[in-house]
Write a protein that binds this ligand. Sequence first.
Ligand code: ARG
Length: 461
Amino acid sequence: KAGSLWGGRFAGGPSPALAELSRSTQFDWVLAPYDLAGSHAHARALARAGYLTEAELHDMLAALDELGRRVASGAFTARPEDEDVHSALERGLIEIAGPELGGKLRAGRSRNDQIATLVRMYARDHARTIAGLVAHVVDALVEQADRHAADPLPGRTHMQSAQPVLLGHHLLAHVWPLLRDLDRLADWRDRVDVSPYGSGALAGNTLGLDPQAVAEDLGFASSVENSIDGTASRDVIAEFSFILAMIGIDLSRLAEEIIIWNTAEFGFVTLDDGYSTGSSIMPQKKNPDIAELARGKSGRLIGDLTGLLATLKAQPLAYNRDLQEDKEPVFDQVGQLEVLLPAFAGMIATARFNTERMAEQAPKGFSLATDVAEWLVKRGVPFRDAHQISGRLVSFCEQHGMALDEPTDAQYASIDPRLTPGVRDVLTVRGSVDARTGRGGTALVNVREQIRHAPQVLAGL
Ligand code: ARG
């Protein structure tokens, strides 16, 4: 039998191979509720334009509601011969309302404007869910930052010991990128808030239907200004996909640190049993699988984004069937993040930080050498010289197996006369951290300020 939505000019139905290739119900079925909402709005538009009587509209909406119930209960599902969610639901509508009434709904709309709208509705809904889940990760991080506001750890650059920082400061450094991701979603909401419904196949419709009314019906702020743009563009979906990939990347950086910190060699963090896994052969093992899955899935999320961008590249206007490939990558990203984020938030909320071990490591690796140089600068030594003097002190201590505060007064003086015993005052982790009071620095006052401010920023998003 010829394809139900477009059989008229065809002598026969699609070959089995084409049907197999063409079918999208296995993934686009998640759009069914949005398709039905679109049909509701479209039926009302048809009635307003005089193509459905009041009675017909009433019966049409009742039939759509009944179809919605059957879809929700699983009583109505796609058949192998249904090309996509739109075709299947039209078949379902006709089963309930009959071919006479059911056959009227398709006037003035195309699957091209439908699908462009539905994918936006899907993205809009899941953006809200994902933002809520990211907020839970932020909450967990801020809570841990509060608990560990004043606990030092060795801050690193190039993975090498650099300068001591506060654990609160470090955890909050993972909060701000996530808040920016949420800000990106908030900003993106304005662009997704435009409905392509009413664009028809590409050129609009001749029936006097009002796309603006349909848009409002579907909870969009407005309808598209250009029907070609409406049916052919997916930049708004690609932008959503980028934000989801970025969330994954931001999580992966923290995940990588958790994995490293969780090794016996570091011993900085212990993960809760409920958020760790064991080994099927090695009884002693307790593995940071959530962090590893976050790290791994970030690659997958990037792949989804690049796949989508590659699909969009160089497609001539307007709709091409290529655009059907826009959905699976985004559905995949959404599905992955919606299972990853709750586990990740739980892992962070329940992690125990070994603050003693961190504190013990904080001054290692001559991490206070910059403090020596800056102490000299405060005494009028040009930074160029101060850097040299501090470097010679490091070299001396390295040769003698000493920490920076261990040389005698005479040994300090032999390195440089400007290196007076008073330098020992800044050679503590506490002193180093407390001195970094400039805005954004790791001093406790700043950490406290962030702990106050970050939740306010979150609440405003
Ligand atoms: N299933 C298609 C998609 O996901 C929409 C249908 C448009 N098909 C067509 N032959 N114009 O993009």
